[in-house]
Every structure is written in structure tokens, then in C-alpha cells.
Ligand binder design. Structure first.
Ligand code: AMP
Ligand code: MG
Length: 491
């Protein structure tokens, strides 16, 4: 392998703290080389933010690195161990098709994980081939970058490399590897894993490490593990509120897919809702709607309870006392979620302050939207543009009444109508990655090797709150197709 100076000069600046954690949390593993790597998409602006040279890395040199054929200087590839409740069932897992190259220290002073996903088998692959298909990796690239554009904490996508090899799913598909960038890959499932199979010391080491990495303001002299729990609950409540406010459905909120950093992770069967309906589910395997749109806040709390359980030995030396501390914190989650969601919903309606009747103002609107199958994103966009006549609700008596009530509410607040509209513009995206647009871009890319649509789409998704003709072109909702849209787990 070529580990020479050339590669170092591309800006790599690794410091691999995770590799210094207790042995049980990972296994050193090399990515499995592929036959003919080729860069399909490369994120220039993210590369720059990471202190990497886009010109060099979007070339053959980058293709070799992001395929796992070459290891950049300073990287120490490893697969992380974790566990997880998958659809409620506890399993021992781990990176079955990913390796962490290491942590890049970036110009802003932050530390980020650089991970290859789809890079071959690891000791945690179980029955899997360790590989990923091009379509799902491009899908993760598009949706994670769209989430970033929307201002939602998320892992990012640096590159997708086609491997030149085919992988077998229902049929043969082109293989690909995604380079994922995250503030870390520490999951609820990482804690569950160490709580189940590690010692108390190892659990404490993981918790201390996580505090240092994500919550450096926590005072280690006081009750650091209680603070870790509280801060994680807060970040997740905030995150899931943000999902709800744009109609994002994660699709597979297993505890191994929930980060402690509060970033959205693991874009498998996720999708955005068109018509407002809390029961919306896209994932083909979620038959009971466990991860339906309206259930996400509840599942967030369920997952956090699993996190709290894993921290119990650290919360208090008396187990009963520890359990009651954990329960108390978990019981505060739904209020916290409601607070973030309420503030966000009021902003979507241009409201700066809070009034007692706001809840019913919001609920009435959502109720009408559900009843009349109003498009979630577009309804708020029409309200923002002061074009209520464009919503399907227009002309309905209940809507006329609601609209008057809302206008009255806007007039009662101190801020001007102009400021309210500005707030709405900041809070209501014009463009979301609608399913039919994602599919259209993927189809052209996968079947014709034509990336024009995808690149155009990615450009618009960088600034989803802008009202330009290019943006408006992405607002149309899909024609009803008869069959509901279905997504499949990251295969
Ligand atoms: P996910 O549903 O993507 O969160 O994956 C759940 C677990 O299955 C993770 O531990 C993955 O690493 C593993 N996994 C998914 N696909 C594969 C594959 N093709 N080969 C090996 N492991 C996989
Ligand atoms: Mg996962």
C-alpha cells in the first residue's frame, strides 16, 4: 500500500482517541480492497471544512482512499462494537459493514469521525457481506446533506465511491462505499453493549470519554453521569422535535441508530412525509408502525430509557436509588420534547411569544391538514407566502375560522407582521427531498450514470429555505400512484 507523503499532504490530521478505549469496544479491522474504485459524488465544501484538499481527494487518489484500497497516513481502521434494541429486541451488533478510519482534527478545532460504510466484512458482520449498494449510499448522501441544509444535526456525507463490483441483493446491484463524517459514532447501543458485557470500570471509561467528547462543559466533580443523561435527553428531544417540524421519518429508530451526540444517523428507510398524517410509515419492514411519524417522539423516550438503564451502575451506588434517578429524568423527556416542538410549531406560524390557546391553534390546523390530506411542507409554505387560497383547506368553513383566529393572534403579539413572515421563512422549508424527486435522481444516476439531476437537486437542498424559481420547481407533490411509497433498509 502507498502510505507515502503524497497522501499525507491531502490534509489528513488524525488523532484516534476511540482506538485508545478499552479493547472490548472495537476490533482493529482493515477495509477490504475493491477492484476499480471510482468517485461518484464528492462534497467539496465539506472537504474544505475538514481541512482536506478537494482537488486531490476528488481524484483517483481520493477514490483509492474512500474505497479503502489505500489507508491515509495516521488512520487506524477499526470496527466499533455495539448492541441495540432492533424493533424492541436486544441484539449484540457492531459495525458489520463499516470501518472507522479515525478522527480528523479539523480547522475549527472540532474532532470528527471519518467512517467508510460498505467497506467489506468485519468481525461483526454476522451473516452479511459487509457491502452496500450504490442506490442506498447515494440516497444517504442526498438525505443527510438535505438534513444539514435544513439545519438539523446530522452525520454528513463526504463521498460516494463505486466499487466496480456487484453485490447480490434481490438481484445483482452495483456496489458502493459512502464516506460518513460524524461528530462521533457513539450510540445508545454502545452504552448498552458495555453495560451488558463490560466491567463497571469500562462503562465509566466510556462515559467519561463521551462526556469529554460531546459535553465538555459537564462538571466532573459533581454528578457527571446524571448530567450526561440529562444533556443527552435534551439533545435528543431537540433533535426529534426538529424531525417532526419538517416531516422527517427516520424509519428505523433502533437504539443502535441513536447517537449520544444528538446527530441524526443511519439513513436507511427514512423519507419525508408529503400529506400530513401521523400514521405515515415508509419502511417495508415496519409493519406495525413502531417508527411511524407520530410515534417518533415516543420512541425517542423509549430509547433514552434504555440509555438511562445502561447508566444505572454509574448513577448511584444504591441500585434502587439509581433506578429512581433514571426514572425521574426519563419522565421529564416528554415535557422537554413538547417545549421544543411547541416553540418550533409557533415559529412555523410566525409566533414569537406563547399564549395559552396556541396548543389548540396548532392542533386545529394539524387536525384539518390530516382530515383533508394537506401537504405538510406546502401548507406552511402557502401560509408563509400569504397565499391561503392555494391550500386544499381553503374555502372550508373551519379553515376560514382558523385563519381569522391565527391572524388575530399574529396581531396581538408585539412583533410586526413583517417580522412574523421572516420568522416563518426561516422555519418553513420550501424544498425537502421529496420521495419522487429522490427516486428520479437515483434512477438517472444508477441506470444511466447521469448525475445531472442529482447534482442539481443537491444544490437546491443546500439552501432549502430560499424562495427562488429553482426552488419552487421542487415543490410539486407526486401524483397519487395507488401504492404507498416504500423504502427498504440500507441494503
Ligand atoms: P442498520 O439497520 O443499517 O442500522 O444495520 C444494523 C446492523 O446490521 C449493523 O450492525 C450493521 O453493521 C449490520 N449490517 C447491515 N447490513 C450489513 C451487511 N450487508 N453486511 C454486514 N453487516 C450489515
Ligand atoms: Mg445502524
Amino acid at each position: 500500500m502507498n502510505k507515502g507523503k503524497e497522501i499525507k499532504d491531502a490534509g489528513w490530521n488524525f488523532d484516534n482517541s476511540y482506538a485508545r478505549l478499552p479493547e472490548l469496544t472495537f476490533t482493529r479491522t482493515q477495509p477490504v480492497p475493491v477492484s476499480s474504485p471510482e468517485i461518484i459524488v464528492f462534497n467539496d465544501s465539506l472537504a474544505e471544512k475538514l481541512g482536506l484538499d478537494p482537488a486531490r481527494l476528488s481524484s483517483e487518489e481520493g477514490a483509492a482512499i474512500f474505497a479503502g484500497n489505500e489507508i491515509p497516513e495516521g488512520a487506524e481502521p477499526l470496527a466499533q462494537a455495539y448492541a441495540g434494541h432492533q424493533f424492541g429486541h436486544f441484539n449484540r451488533l457492531g459495525d458489520g459493514r463499516a470501518v472507522l478510519l479515525g478522527e480528523q482534527l479539523i480547522p475549527s478545532g472540532e474532532r470528527v469521525d471519518i467512517q467508510l460504510k460498505g467497506s467489506g466484512r468485519t468481525p461483526y458482520s454476522r451473516g452479511g457481506d459487509g457491502r452496500a449498494a450504490l442506490g442506498p449510499m447515494l440516497r444517504e448522501y442526498i438525505i443527510s446533506e438535505a438534513m444539514h441544509g435544513l439545519g438539523i444535526p446530522t452525520t454528513r456525507s463526504l463521498a460516494v465511491v463505486a466499487t466496480g463490483e456487484s453485490i447480490l441483493r434481490e438481484k445483482n446491484l452495483p456496489g458502493a462505499i459512502l464516506t460518513r463524517v460524524a461528530s462521533s459514532h457513539i450510540r445508545v447501543g454502545t452504552f448498552q453493549f458495555v453495560a451488558a458485557w463490560g466491567s463497571l470500570e469500562e462503562l465509566r471509561t466510556l462515559a467519561d470519554y463521551t462526556i469529554q467528547r460531546h459535553y465538555p462543559n459537564i462538571d466532573l466533580e459533581k454528578t457527571p453521569y446524571l448530567s450526561l443523561l440529562q444533556e443527552t435527553i435534551k439533545r435528543q428531544a431537540k433533535l426529534i422535535a426538529k424531525w417532526q417540524l419538517v416531516g422527517f421519518i427516520h424509519g428505523v429508530m433502533n437504539t443502535d441508530n441513536m447517537t449520544i451526540s444528538g446527530e441524526t444517523i443511519d439513513y436507511g428507510p427514512c423519507a419525508f412525509m408529503d400529506a400530513y398524517d401521523p400514521t405515515t410509515v415508509f419502511s417495508s419492514i415496519d409493519r406495525e408502525g413502531r417508527y411511524a411519524y407520530g410515534n417518533q417522539p415516543y420512541i425517542g423516550g423509549w430509547n433514552l430509557a434504555r440509555f438511562a438503564e445502561s447508566l444505572i451502575p454509574l448513577l448511584h451506588e444504591d441500585p434502587d436509588e439509581a433506578v429512581s434517578i433514571a426514572q425521574h429524568e426519563i419522565s421529564r423527556y416528554s415535557k422537554l420534547f413538547q417545549k421544543y416542538w411547541g416553540t418550533g410549531m409557533r415559529a412555523k406560524l410566525g409566533l414569537f411569544n406563547e399564549e395559552e390557546d396556541d396548543e389548540s391553534l396548532i392542533d386545529t390546523l394539524l387536525g384539518m391538514m390530516q382530515k383533508h390530506k394537506a401537504d405538510f411542507t406546502n401548507t406552511f409554505r402557502y401560509l408563509t407566502n400569504e397565499k391561503p387560497e392555494e391550500t386544499v383547506l381553503f374555502g372550508k368553513e373551519e379553515f376560514t375560522k382558523w385563519y381569522e383566529g391565527w391572524q388575530g393572534r399574529l396581531e396581538r403579539q408585539e412583533e410586526s407582521k413583517g417580522s412574523a413572515i421572516q420568522l416563518m421563512k426561516r422555519s418553513n422549508p420550501v424544498v425537502i427531498p421529496r420521495n419522487h424527486r429522490v427516486e428520479e435522481a437515483l434512477k438517472a444516476a444508477e441506470e444511466q450514470g447521469d448525475f445531472t439531476l442529482m447534482n442539481k437537486f443537491l444544490k437546491v437542498l443546500e439552501k432549502p429555505y430560499e424562495h427562488t424559481p429553482e426552488h419552487e420547481a421542487y415543490c410539486t407533490v407526486p401524483e397519487p400512484s395507488g401504492a404507498p411509497y416504500r423504502t427498504y433498509c440500507g441494503t
